[in-house]
Design a protein around this ligand. Structure first.
Ligand SMILES: Nc1ncnc2c1ncn2[C@@H]1O[C@H](COP(=O)(O)OP(=O)(O)OP(=O)(O)O)[C@@H](O)[C@H]1O
Ligand SMILES: [Mg+2]
Length: 356
């Protein structure tokens, strides 16, 4: 397995009127080339902010206070080329370097389709623009991939239009030959979401960040989109970071899973291992909401006993202790659990697994 993005001890804080929210608190994980990392956790636990950090797009007043995001860059059209490790957190958020990475190397499908699609352009213009910036095609007509960088060229306007129509078809937009000339405001919410997916996937990024990409879509379209992602993953060895509340979908797509709670990573393991041997009581509670493993549920996370704590007033010790069925008084409310490798490759942050 080859690392593509390494997130190391990442901390992101929001300094707002009522105090400081530690939105991401010491999170570390690796996304490997061609693999899918699933990120789960209740609303507000820091999933989207973690994803936005990888794109150097933390919204104000958010700030990365420590940690790094290492991107192992290799020109995707030059598989034999050298790898350069870029610390994304050091890049100017408006600079040329990150703009080349965004879209071209790391594509993102946002949770809010309405706000993230410019209404004044047609879908064809939007996809075409992304293609001209980030996509090359083999010089040999009809080939999907070429051997090396010299065998590629930029797309022509006609090709961009053809690829746009093809992508719209692939994401399940009806009458793509007409829809390619539709403006965002003429499309339904679900269609806009699919146009955004088409833009992200048309550039064949090394990594796709999919933040609740299919929640707004109906089940058959969702299945089609997941298949399309799986296809691309195979053709171009794309890595996926898949954020969702839908544990059924995660079970189907993820190779590895990160579980988050209140900005902290509470458990990480291989997906199968996590499903069959969940260690953290929070993960166990989340998993209870899946009716049957492998069967897709449209259900959001089952409610876990107790309230999500006030982010300005976090519980002492383990932040999950007031809701935890395994709560050990005198310990869990006093000691902050450490990130512990309980079994090989299986990490948890819980005093049950620490020698106290
Ligand atoms: N623009 C902002 N201003 C202030 N605080 C913010 C902002 N965005 C996020 N936060 C804080 O960061 C925390 C994490 O937010 P994030 O969007 O990453 O949650 P999430 O896990 O993606 O939730 P959801 O499942 O609802 O999408 C929030 O609870 C909030 O306190
Ligand atoms: Mg989110």
């Amino acid at each position: 397995m080859e690392p593509l993005v390494e997130v190391k001890n990442l901390n992101v804080e929001f300094d707002v009127r009522d105090g400081i929210v530690h939105a991401v608190d010491g999170v570390s994980f690796t996304v490997h080339r061609g693999r899918t990392l699933g990120v789960i956790g209740e609303s507000g636990c820091g999933k989207s902010i973690t994803a936005k950090t990888i794109m150097q797009m933390v919204p104000k007043p958010g700030e990365i206070t420590s940690g790094e995001v290492l991107f192992h860059y290799r020109d995707k059209y030059d598989p034999e080329g050298d790898i350069e490790v870029i610390n994304i957190t050091n890049l100017d958020p408006d600079g040329r370097r990150i703009r080349k990475i965004r879209g071209g190397e790391i594509g993102m499908i946002f949770q809010e389709p309405m706000s993230s699609l410019t209404p004044v352009y047609t879908s064809g213009t939007l996809i075409g623009e992304a293609l001209h910036l980030h996509r090359l095609v083999p010089k040999t007509v009809g080939e999907e991939m070429a051997q090396n960088i010299k065998e590629y060229r930029h797309v022509t306007d006609e090709e961009a239009r053809e690829i746009s129509i093809e992508m719209l078809r692939k994401v399940g937009i009806p009458k793509p030959e007409q829809r390619v000339d539709s403006y965002a405001h003429q499309l339904s919410g679900g269609q806009r979401q699919r146009v955004m997916i088409a833009i992200a996937l048309s550039c064949r990024p090394a990594m796709l960040i999919a933040d609740e990409p299919t929640t707004a879509l109906d089940v058959s379209i969702e299945a089609q989109i997941l298949d399309l992602m799986a296809d691309l993953q195979e053709t171009v060895d794309m890595a996926i970071m898949f954020i969702t509340h839908d544990l059924g979908v995660i079970a189907e797509v993820a190779d590895e899973i990160v579980v988050m709670y209140m900005g902290k990573q509470v458990e990480t393991a291989d997906a199968t291992e996590l499903y069959y041997n969940p260690l953290h009581p929070y993960t166990r509670a989340l998993l209870k909401s899946i009716p049957q493993i492998g069967k897709r549920s449209t259900q959001r996370l089952a409610s876990i006993k107790g309230m999500v704590p006030d982010p300005f007033n976090l519980p002492s010790g383990c932040v999950f202790h007031p809701r935890c069925p395994e709560y050990m008084p005198g310990k869990c409310d006093r000691i902050v659990p450490k990130w512990t490798e309980v079994e090989e490759g299986h990490y948890a942050r819980c005093l049950l697994y620490e020698e106290v």
